[in-house]
Design a protein around this ligand. Structure first.
Ligand SMILES: Cc1cc2nc3c(=O)[nH]c(=O)nc-3n(C[C@H](O)[C@H](O)[C@H](O)COP(=O)(O)OP(=O)(O)OC[C@H]3O[C@@H](n4cnc5c(N)ncnc54)[C@H](O)[C@@H]3O)c2cc1C
Length: 431
């Protein structure tokens, strides 16, 4: 049976699974699809700036596969997981259509055997993968969350692979949790730290740092919040233009966030005080390191060490096939979403769309067909397309045509819950 491996079950990975199910409806051979993902659901990472100060909101932002109307032929879980496998196994649910998580109703497709493995891909070669039954390694992960035993390993072969493993940031901004319960515990811990701190410093003025500063200062106006950024403007995305950046800065100042530009942290003392490269010392009770993000691509290092752009993203063709620095195309491995080296502002929308397109291409590649591949729409490359909120009352957006809108009521409404309720339809859930 032809086999496709999808690495990562967030926006890009689920987009890929959706389109594979649709594309294989009319194929002669049945396909096997393996999705490998450490979480037992999808976390709306867009809302993490609010989730770290609101555990109830965090839990709502996590859509467990138990609630997502997607039916699997097999599920392999890590030890001790609280998960109602029967609710989502195809064998227990007849030929129920797969509704919901794929944004539209998809009648059960007998041509696909869908398997879920709760793990992380540790290594891939051209046609096989080693999977570890373990959580991801997050930056600045407290000792108590570190794994204590060596994980079980599984080896699987594939004809085609879609890499959709995105990016990791520092804990708690990128929680370790696999389930709602674990997420509540982690976010309660982060809230307690914020409540106890009088002076909070956010290091890094990307979307995460800016939105986090906005959320903390809006909910806790009495706290002193500083944002440190090494450049003269923020956020760093070059494609959004100067006006977007000026507006972002103004919003931060409106909320009385102290913004320190053109300076870097040299050292963090044990008491949280930050030693800056310009000689200043910044006192702090709690630091959020929003300057760190790492593509989840370590599994490529052994067999594909030269598929990376200078910024660490995976080099791809416009059809999402992975390629080497010398231009050689690895035709059966695709990379999509945040980690693909394409000139656009990285968003969930793009990740989902790219995943859908790569899913189609992976099916065609596996069937040996060279016609009909989907490619990224070049009209959208090198364009803006970003929306930032700085607290619940301030938003700035630049669209693909370069039109800037400020405090648009529709945007403020959508971002009250960081687009979560808009996504309920996608997840097939009722509010
Ligand atoms: C604070 C913040 C605000 C944002 N706001 C917006 C916004 O308003 N609008 C918007 O469109 N976008 C926004 N984004 C960007 C958006 O979240 C990303 O573009 C999107 O999440 C990318 O999706 P992805 O599927 O490529 O990767 P990710 O969402 O990063 O998902 C990758 C998945 O792969 C899994 N994984 C990682 N490594 C492995 C492995 N080795 N094996 C198996 N699985 C693995 C992870 O567990 C994860 O579930 C925001 C991002 C942040 C951080």
């Amino acid at each position: 049976m032809p086999r496709i491996l999808v690495i990562g079950g967030s926006f890009a990975g689920l987009g890929a699974v959706k389109s594979i199910i649709q594309k294989t409806k009319s194929t002669i051979d049945p396909f096997e699809v393996f999705l490998v993902e450490p979480k037992l659901g999808i976390l709306n990472i867009l809302g993490i700036p609010k989730a770290v100060i609101d555990p109830d909101f965090a839990v709502k932002s996590f859509v467990s596969y138990e609630r997502a109307n997607i039916y699997w032929d097999s599920i392999k879980l890590q030890d001790g997981m609280e998960f109602d496998t029967k609710a989502v196994l195809h064998s227990e649910n007849g030929d129920k259509p797969n509704v919901g998580i794929f944004a539209e109703e998809i009648a059960y497709n007998q041509n696909v055997k869908l398997h879920f493995i709760q793990g992380r891909v540790f290594e891939i070669s051209k046609d096989s993968a080693i999977i570890q039954m373990a959580k991801l390694d997050k930056g600045k992960l407290p000792e108590k969350y570190q794994p204590t035993s060596k994980p079980e390993e599984i080896h699987i072969s594939f004809d085609s692979c879609i890499i959709a493993s995105g990016r990791t940031r520092n804990w708690p901004l990128d929680p370790l949790a696999s389930t709602e319960r674990e997420l509540r515990a982690e976010m309660t811990e982060s809230l307690e730290k914020i409540v106890q701190a009088n002076k909070i410093v956010i290091i890094g003025g990307g979307a995460l740092g800016v939105e986090l500063a906005g959320e903390i200062k809006s909910d806790f106006p009495e706290k002193h919040v500083s944002l440190i950024h090494p450049h003269g403007d923020l956020p760093p995305e070059a494609l959004v233009g100067d006006k977007f950046k000026e507006q972002t800065l103004e919003f931060l100042k409106n909320l009385e966030v102290e913004v320190l530009l053109n300076t870097r942290v040299e050292n963090e003392h044990e008491d949280g005080t930050l030693q800056m490269t310009d000689g200043r010392e910044v006192k702090s009770d709690l630091n959020f390191w929003c300057n760190y993000k790492r593509n989840n691509v370590e599994f490529l290092n052994k067999h594909f060490p030269s598929v990376f752009a200078a910024n660490g993203d995976i080099l791809v063709t416009h059809q999402f096939e992975m390629k080497n620095q010398d231009g050689e195309i690895i035709k059966n491995i695709f990379a999509v979403g945040d980690l693909a080296d394409l000139p656009l502002v990285k968003t969930a929308g793009w990740a989902f769309r790219e995943g859908c397109q790569a899913g189609i291409n992976a099916v065609l590649q596996t069937l040996g067909e060279t016609e009909g591949y989907e490619a990224i729409n070049k009209d959208f490359l090198n364009k803006g397309g970003m929306l930032l909120v700085v607290g619940p009352k301030q938003s700035v957006c630049i669209d693909f045509l370069g039109v800037l809108t400020v405090n648009e009521p529709e945007h403020l409404e959508m971002y009250k819950d960081y687009r979560l309720s808009g996504m309920f339809g996608t997840y097939g859930l009722n509010e």
